[in-house]
Design a binder for this molecule. Structure first.
Ligand SMILES: *Cc1c(COP(=O)(O)O)cnc(C)c1O
Length: 374
């Protein structure tokens, strides 16, 4: 088979028609208000509240700092139960706040934290659970809520992957104490870089706003030890425009996922995740898990072979957090069987709004070609 002429990347950042952005830039030039709670910032905060169907929203310059502020706003201290199958950000935010991450294994159904294994990890020092909705799939929300309630623990969801996802018609940002959405260029919806906290308790709002602006509460008043995590007007203007396109982008992603599923169905040795009945999905990623004993080729070999055909997949998440140079040997990683299994066998296939159905189909043919030509 012929390789793709140009590399097909695992994702492609969405950008709106340039004219629309230039219109917004004119407003910024007219007002000279370029950051600090500007016109677009405040508008976007409201629009996202509506779009995500949540009670409260606070914007940040990126998702990581939003997560950092969420941890600080709740005043967490001690141990936090979390997942090792995530992006570096989740654990870094915990560790940089002087907290101890306690890693819980994932379940094989949707690769999120295994709620059956959480209780055994709770000690008198446990203050919170920070689970991650992985690849667009919601955690076992009901179970997490039960455990948090029983042991009086806070819950912050890393919701970086689940923009627009709903469970039983409820926006996913409504669960737990706080949810963090990443609005980074590589995510389903972007504000160039950006982050958002959603929460039900409006009491957190003031503290979040202080923390993201150096703790400054008045012209001659600094109330908190804060940081700078404000979203600027260029980001917010991009976000307002992109919000008009996000449903169309998700609809296209759904078509790609459908093609992948239909055409990889018969390949034994490749597992993928299916849609859930009660969930409105966003198709943020298309992970496949490779069983090398059935496929005759392992994850790394498939990754390399697809690269030769200009199909750029990603080993995501690999390595596991507990295997990072900066964390190796520091935390207990004995009971992480599923997480280790998946990290060694997962590949995410290209998926984004502008990927054509023809290209998606060709990618599935290439996968089968590679396997059959062994
Ligand atoms: C992208 C991402 C983050 C960090 O978000 P940024 O906006 O890039 O700072 C955190 N957690 C997960 C799971 C992510 O994928």
């Amino acid at each position: 088979m012929e390789k793709f002429e140009q590399p097909i990347q695992v994702t492609k950042s969405f950008l709106p028609p340039l004219d629309e952005y230039i219109e917004s830039l004119k407003t910024i030039w007219d007002t000279r208000w370029i950051t600090n709670n500007g016109y677009f910032h405040n508008q976007l905060q409201n629009s996202l509240k509506e779009y995500l169907n949540v009670e409260n929203t606070t914007l940040f310059t990126n998702g990581h700092l939003a997560l950092d502020v969420a941890i600080k706003a709740l005043g967490l201290k001690g141990e936090v139960i979390t997942t090792p199958f995530t992006f570096a950000s989740t654990t870094h935010a915990i560790v940089m706040n002087g907290l101890t991450p306690v890693f819980c294994d994932i379940n094989m159904d949707n690769l999120t934290i295994d709620t059956n294994k959480i209780e055994a990890l709770i000690t008198e020092n446990t203050c919170a659970i920070i689970p991650v909705h992985v690849f667009g799939y919601p955690c076992n929300i009901d179970e997490i809520e039960k455990i948090a309630h029983k042991y009086n623990l806070k819950v912050i969801y890393d919701a970086a992957h689940v923009f627009g996802v709903e469970v039983n018609g409820v926006g996913i940002g409504n669960f737990g104490d706080i949810s963090m959405f990443s609005l980074h260029a590589t995510k389903v919806y972007n504000t160039i870089e950006g982050g958002l906290l959603t929460y039900n308790n409006v009491m957190y709002e003031r503290k979040m706003n202080l923390l993201k602006n150096f703790g400054i509460s008045g012209y001659e008043q600094v109330e908190e030890v804060g940081l700078n995590a404000k979203m600027n007007e260029f980001q917010a203007a991009m976000g307002l425009i992109n919000l008009k396109y996000v449903d169309g982008q998700i609809a296209n992603r759904r078509r790609i996922a459908k093609i992948y599923r239909e055409n990889l169905k018969e390949v034994s040795g490749i597992r993928y995740l299916n849609d859930l009945k009660n969930v409105k999905h966003n198709y943020a990623y298309f992970p496949i898990i490779i069983d090398e004993t059935k496929l005759g080729i392992d994850r790394n070999q498939l990754y390399d072979r697809l690269r030769e055909f200009n199909v750029i997949t990603r080993k995501y998440f690999y390595p596991l957090i507990t295997d990072f140079d900066c964390y190796k040997g520091l935390y207990n990683d004995n009971d992480l069987m599923n997480a280790k299994y998946v990290a060694d066998r997962v590949l995410t296939l290209p998926i984004y709004g502008e990927l054509s159905e023809e290209d998606a189909l060709k990618i599935t043919k290439l996968i089968k070609f590679v396997i059959n030509s062994l």
